[in-house]
Design a protein around this ligand. Structure first.
Ligand code: ADP
Ligand code: ASP
Ligand code: MG
Length: 414
């Protein structure tokens, strides 16, 4: 008897009728002879509404602990409602909050990491022929404080539970048909991929595709857990996220993605001597600011400049800190920033044996008169920073050039 973990996102449990549909699907899976564990998100809009209330009443100094107590309530509502809907169909279901499940995390409120899961409690429920319905996105730390896993964290709850229970598959039900070559809500011509490797999915997720939370892909990759991303509105197959050797088609570019949630900071007039980068980025790291792309220019007259990106919510703090650090960077360092940027990336395993992807990317952007401000590469991705207002234009043009105009080829043997 196989064990299937099914995760339903916010839209999929968005109202009573949709919850009833989820209950029907869960029961049908069980009746087909499987053991079923369900992870749910809050109903769509619910988490945003709770975050807005926290901002209104708590302000910038609000307590991180109480924030998690609040925003975790959305999922608690859904587990109860879905369990009731399953009962109404004449079947047994037992709900679990993160605490009841024994979902242990570290203490980083609103961005906690999972440390362990007590799978026995769920196994007992399954042994009794019931469905286990688990609240995603939440856990508790060693002192019993409620924690949450970061926005989109129910994906990670689902994959982590699947790994802990050694499930056969983790199905992620969402409001699109699978993983597409670009965000289908932005690029009409994007198409669904039948399969994608963990590495490519990890890049897509970290570069902005919110269809899966990054940490969920990391867990899946580490444990070899197959993820099936599919629509909650029909039965069609979605996208399998799996090992590279199981992916039949090798595309030069399998996805184009974007991230509007970063800001750019340039520190000019930095003395070109050892220790300056360490002083600047060490100071930012100490303040817990995660820097993404970094570019340092060739030095002129003994001074250089460094440009880097930070998450938009950290922008003001990073600018202030860079200004405080400037006097330690060798004389007359100056700081300027620009929050109106976007990072646009192309991702594909096929790039490793294809020269010219970067040149083609730059050419496509030039033809649209889009200026490139920064460039970053790895083996399987190329990212550029551009002016934010050109995001859609850039994503569409790159999708056209790399995906629609056919840059795919059959997977090479060996
Ligand atoms: P859920 O509430 O089910 O977790 P999310 O809103 O978190 O759903 O993620 C699904 C959304 O991800 C889609 O509606 C789509 O707009 C977006 N998305 C971004 N990039 C992609 C992509 N490459 N493939 C599919 N969906 C994508
Ligand atoms: N409800 C949470 C959010 O909106 C977690 C999730 O949906 O995955 O971010
Ligand atoms: Mg999501």
């Amino acid at each position: 008897m196989s064990l299937i973990v099914q995760k339903f996102g916010g839209t999929s449990v968005g109202d009573a009728e949709r919850i009833r549909n989820v209950a029907r699907r869960v029961v049908a899976t069980q009746q087909a002879g499987h053991r079923v564990v369900v992870i749910v998100s809050a109903m769509s809009g619910e988490t945003n509404a709770l975050v807005a209330l926290a901002d209104e009443l708590g302000g910038p100094e609000r307590s991180d602990r109480e924030y998690d107590v609040l925003v975790s309530t959305g999922e608690q509502k859904t587990i109860a409602l879905l369990s009731m809907a399953i009962h109404a169909l004449g079947h047994d279901a037992v709900s679990f909050t993160g605490a009841q499940l024994g979902m242990r995390t570290d203490t980083s409120h609103s961005n906690a990491r999972i440390e362990s899961i007590d799978a026995d409690r769920v196994r007992k429920v399954l042994d009794g022929n019931a469905v286990a319905v688990i609240a995603g996105f939440q856990g508790t730390d060693a002192d019993g404080n409620i924690t949450t896993l970061g926005r989109g964290g129910s994906d990670t709850s689902a994959v982590a539970v699947a790994c802990a229970l050694e499930a056969d598959v983790c199905e992620i039900y969402t409001d699109v048909d699978g993983v597409f070559t670009a965000d289908p809500n932005m690029v009409g011509a994007a198409h669904k991929l039948a399969q994608i490797s963990y590495d490519e999915m990890l890049e897509l997720a970290s570069l902005g595709s919110k269809v899966l939370q990054v940490r969920s892909v990391k867990f899946a990759m580490q444990y070899g857990m197959p993820i099936h991303v599919r629509s909650s509105f029909h039965e069609a197959e979605g996208t399998w996220v799996t090992r590279e050797e199981d992916v039949m088609e090798r595309l030069v570019v399998s996805g184009v993605t974007y991230n509007r949630n970063e800001a750019k900071i340039r520190v000019g007039g930095v003395k070109d001597t050892p220790g300056m980068a360490g002083a600047l980025f060490g100071g930012l790291a100490e303040a817990g600011i995660v820097v993404d792309m970094i570019v340092q220019n060739v030095s002129h007259d003994g001074s250089t400049d460094m440009t880097f990106t930070v998450p938009k919510p950290e922008y003001e703090r990073a600018i202030q800190l860079a200004n405080e650090l400037a006097p330690t960077l060798g004389g007359d360092a100056t700081v300027e920033g620009d929050p109106d940027i976007a990072k646009v990336s192309v991702v594909g395993l096929g790039m490793t044996d294809h020269a010219g992807v970067a040149a083609k990317m730059f050419d496509v952007l030039a033809q649209e008169s889009i200026n490139i401000q920064m460039i970053g590469t790895s083996e399987i991705k190329i990212s550029v920073v551009i002016e934010e207002k050109y995001t859609e234009l850039a994503v569409r043009a790159l999708h056209q050039a790399f995906v629609e105009d056919g840059a795919s080829e059959p997977r090479s043997e060996g």
